[in-house]
Design a binder for this molecule. Structure first.
Ligand SMILES: Nc1nc2c(ncn2[C@@H]2O[C@H](COP(=O)(O)OP(=O)(O)OP(=O)(O)O)[C@@H](O)[C@H]2O)c(=O)[nH]1
Length: 396
């Protein structure tokens, strides 16, 4: 009786969460993160347990065969859902139907050759192996594709490891005591379904949490980057600068403004689309020329800011000159029959500063230098008047 009630609750959980996943997936336009696949997994497992409840005794072969196929298919669907979540989308329906057909045929064969007991033992062994593989994959994921979800992955590994152990025990129990040992009223089945209920309660909110984390991370990322060039925008730059100056090892930084020369002319001659390609190209050149860790940002229009970290004035000067030369010497490939576009940029550089609050003042300083560079002929690096003072101040 107790097991039947637990099983009934389990069906309700699974089907409710299936509907919830489905509803969530309808709100996730485009990138569904596997949520609709999780809904299918819950539906299959819910149906399997409904058959378990109302399908009659274990020797009622046809219902039992369908039940076992659903029971094995559900975790496979969860695996496919997880692959979608981790951006390795794979087809779902074809592998699922192939597995279902294959396992059904295998069951009928085993039933015919070895009987009901062997078929139940086979399901327990298959589930134990599958969950073992899932546990290993989750633990591997902590070190590779899911490094940002280390704690969550550990929780999943422990929970899935638990079902793996229970299925291995079920296999041993069937071999030892036959079908009577997994009767609904047996102590083992009680523990088995209590654990499954626990999982059905805990795992779906965990999955929702993962989806929420990914969504909020993506939103934060979108808010911090320029959509055209994928560089940091001003807000992202300020956050990164704050984070840098909070670290104990932070030293003075140098600010460079990079402004493409005669960009209006490029737009007017080649069109706005080509202008956008020039912006993306210059962004890529700046990113490739800066050192890893330096902050590269599109401030707006054709203006970029580079913050050179962990360097001295000589290093910042070399970086500025490298960037100017790289922009001058790398042409933007034309589309189709169009000629490649060449462009140059003028750079204004500030003195060193040591706090994020100083950003605006030093931006103005670099902007004044940039203006000088523009009036003195463009395609050059101009340093702010205070640079020598800054260099002396910080002893660089
Ligand atoms: N294609 C494209 N053009 C942009 C974008 N943002 C700003 N612009 C254009 O950039 C041009 C900037 O022109 P100006 O400020 O006159 O500067 P400039 O022509 O580069 O001249 P100098 O800076 O003095 O060398 C304007 O024509 C803007 O319309 C953008 O996202 N895409």
């Amino acid at each position: 009786m107790v097991t039947t009630v637990i099983l009934g609750m389990l069906c309700v959980y699974l089907l409710c969460f299936s509907v919830m996943f489905l509803l969530i997936s309808t709100r996730l336009n485009g990138k569904k993160m596997g949520v609709e696949v999780f809904a299918l997994g819950n539906l299959l497992l819910g149906l399997a347990y409904i058959l378990q409840l109302f399908g009659g005794p274990p020797d009622e072969v046809l219902v039992s065969v369908v039940n076992h196929t659903l029971t094995l298919s559900a975790p496979v669907v969860y695996v496919l859902g997880a692959m979608h979540f981790f951006e390795r989308p794979t087809p779902v329906l074809r592998p699922l139907l192939t597995l279902a057909a294959g396992y059904t045929v295998l069951q009928l064969l085993v039933q015919w050759l070895l009987g009901t007991e062997a078929r139940h033992a086979m399901l327990a062994a298959a589930c134990a192996s599958l969950f073992l593989a899932m546990t290993v994959a989750v633990l591997y994921g902590r070190r590779t594709f899911a490094r940002d979800l280390r704690v969550e992955m550990l929780v999943f590994a422990v929970l899935i490891g638990g079902i793996c152990i229970l299925n291995a025990m079920k296999f041993a129990v069937i071999l030892d005591g036959g079908l009577a040992a997994i009767d609904m009223s047996s102590g083992f089945q009680k523990i088995f379904y209590i654990y499954m209920s626990f999982l059905a309660t805990v795992l779906p909110p965990c999955a929702v949490w993962l989806v929420l984390r990914r969504l909020t991370d993506e939103l934060r990322n979108l808010a911090a980057h320029d959509p055209l060039t994928q560089l940091l925008n001003r807000r992202g730059l300020m956050d990164a600068l704050d984070a840098y100056f909070r670290s104990r090892t932070a030293g003075p930084v140098y600010l460079l403004i990079v402004d493409i020369d005669h960009f209006k002319r490029i737009n007017d001659t080649h069109g706005h689309k080509a202008g956008d390609r020039v912006l993306s190209h210059v962004a890529a050149v700046l990113k490739a020329t800066a050192r890893q860790g330096d902050l590269v940002c599109r401030l707006g229009g054709e203006e970029f800011v580079v913050i050179a970290l962990d360097t001295d004035s000589a290093g910042a000067q070399q970086l500025a000159e490298r960037m100017r030369a790289a922009i001058e010497h790398n042409e933007v490939a034309g589309t189709g029959v169009k000629q490649p576009i060449r462009c140059t940029a003028t750079l204004g550089a500030s003195g060193a500063f040591t706090a994020a609050q100083d950003f605006d003042a030093f931006l103005q300083q670099a902007d004044a230098a940039l203006y000088r560079g523009k009036t003195q002929g463009r395609n050059r690096v101009e340093w702010a008047g205070g640079v020598e003072r800054s260099v002396q101040m910080y002893g660089l």
